[in-house]
Design a binder for this molecule. Structure first.
Ligand code: SF4
Ligand code: FE
Length: 482
């Protein structure tokens, strides 16, 4: 059954998550003013799936139950599914202006649908069957899953088993008849406290000596022993202010958290990889490829930023200047380039042995490499167009004050037919996306999410057929016979 946004919110209220922020336990996670905008963003994935006009993009037919499901729980059955996932990401990015968090879940489900099958083929295990049972549960209940990959990693020059602290990578601490006890943490967890489930995957390829770290499993997000520590974001406490004017994005936001697993029990039916170290790298690669495509979301946020930059220019009368027009064209060019990559790696996707369709790995890496750069250039141009006021604008309180309001009104007026309040709002939105809470998602997450830039460069170096390229060159200039 697909949940409505209201049902989703109600379902979160039933969880008893252990969340900390600003040194205190957050008792009511759903209504916390700092966290709530991020919940609203995930709720959008439920809301949009209910609308008939978005049915094709937002929903799919389950290949196991044949029922209509939210696309965020779907296992891709065609390249068309992959393309629709990218379009869905752009749509939601444009409607929320931030990270809506739910993609990590669908990307980990798809990666596991491939790798559990492959492990079974080699070792005669039954992970795929377990996984499908879990998937049925996720689809049937329309759950949001946090796909958790990034370990803290400690000393980067050392493999997991050589770390001074053995918990720097998630590990099996004890094996029991009915399951395993795990210890470790996952960092930068997007949407963690808005999730019903957390799906753990290894973060790097591993050798035999690291086999206790080669694990994958899923747990309810409020399982005993899991603690969430919320990450800070620039301007986060503006959400606590009485006036909405300084918030920029009034409705939505993202969040990231550190998830600590302190001796957590995982029953066997929730374990999808157990010491098959030779498949850790494959799981990382599949998840990363899927998630690198998901960064189509940033072209949606880019749509908002471009719209904001154009509006800011119109509000101060600069929009007709040729250099402003050209900057807007450049922003659009860069933004659509991001989208092209996400669509292309879906078009070039292939069917894996399990039947799941996966994106083209090289193109997904190229696409994400662009995402590590182009939003910064788009943001730079938006700041160029917006002018210095995005960082020197006084607060909403000064604007409302009898003493100072009149001066702000007088001197920060742009075009006389545009209200100062509208100018305030649009500049704050640009600030929010390029410097404030949404900059986490639009900029730094673009840089590091789904792997930092170097991770993609390693993949690009590995995946391009250099010998074929050299053969072409040598053939054409006569070094070798063509
Ligand atoms: Fe989804 Fe984009 Fe957020 Fe990643 S950064 S979870 S792809 S919205
Ligand atoms: Fe991300």
């Amino acid at each position: 059954m697909m949940m409505t946004a209201t049902e989703y919110e109600a379902s979160l209220r039933k969880l008893s998550l252990k969340v900390y922020m600003f040194g205190k336990r957050v008792k009511n996670v759903v209504d916390d003013p700092i966290i709530r905008p991020s919940m609203n963003a995930v709720a959008k994935t439920y809301e949009m799936a209910q609308l008939p006009e978005y049915e094709d993009i937002m929903t799919a037919t389950s290949h196991i139950s044949g029922k209509k499901i939210n696309r965020f729980t779907h296992i891709h059955q065609s390249t068309e599914d992959l393309i629709k996932k990218a379009k869905m990401g752009r749509l939601l990015g444009s409607l929320t202006g931030c990270c809506f968090q739910r993609c990590v879940g669908v990307d980990s489900l798809n990666a596991l649908s491939i790798v559990t099958w492959n492990i079974d083929q080699k070792y005669g295990t039954e992970y795929y069957k377990r996984f499908i049972k879990y998937l049925e549960y996720v689809q049937e209940n329309d759950l949001t899953c946090d796909g958790a990959m990034t370990d803290p990693k400690g000393d980067r020059s050392l493999p997991p088993h050589k770390q001074a602290d053995p918990d720097m990578f998630m590990r099996v601490k004890e094996v029991k008849d009915d399951g395993i006890i795990v210890c470790g943490a996952k960092a930068h967890q997007t949407g963690a406290v808005n999730s019903h489930e957390i799906i753990i995957m290894p973060t790097i390829a591993m050798q035999e000596a690291d086999k206790d770290y080669a694990i994958s499993f899923a747990l309810p997000s409020d399982a005993e022993g899991i603690t969430y520590i919320m990450g800070r974001q620039s301007c986060d406490t503006r959400k606590l202010e009485a006036s909405e004017l300084d918030r920029g994005n009034l409705f939505y936001g993202g969040h990231e958290a550190l998830c600590v697993f302190d001796n957590v029990f995982v029953p066997w039916e929730r374990v999808f990889m157990f010491r098959e170290y030779d498949f850790a790298g494959q799981l990382v690669e599949k998840f990363a490829s899927y998630h690198r495509q998901s960064y189509a979301c940033k072209s949606g946020v880019g749509d908002v930023l471009i719209g904001a930059a154009q509006t800011a220019a119109e509000y101060n009368g600069a929009h007709k200047a040729s250099h402003i027009k050209d900057k807007i064209i450049e922003m659009n060019h860069l933004n659509e380039t991001l989208f092209c990559g996400a669509i292309a790696c879906g078009c070039e996707g292939k069917k894996e042995a399990s039947g799941t369709f996966c994106v083209d790995t090289l193109l997904a890496n190229i696409s994400k490499q662009n995402v590590t750069r182009l939003p910064y250039e788009i943001a730079r141009l938006a700041q160029d167009i917006a002018g210095g006021l995005i960082v020197t604008l006084p607060s909403a309180e000064d604007f409302k004050s009898e003493e100072t309001g009149k001066w702000i009104e007088k001197y920060f007026k742009g075009r006389s037919d545009v209200s100062i309040e509208d100018r305030f709002r649009i500049l704050r939105l640009i600030e929010n996306i390029t410097l404030g809470t949404a900059a986490v998602g639009y900029l730094t997450e673009s840089m590091h999410g789904a792997g930092s830039p170097q991770a993609q460069r390693v993949m690009i170096a590995r995946l391009v057929d250099m010998a074929a390229k050299q053969k072409l060159a040598k053939g054409l200039c006569g070094i070798e016979k063509a």
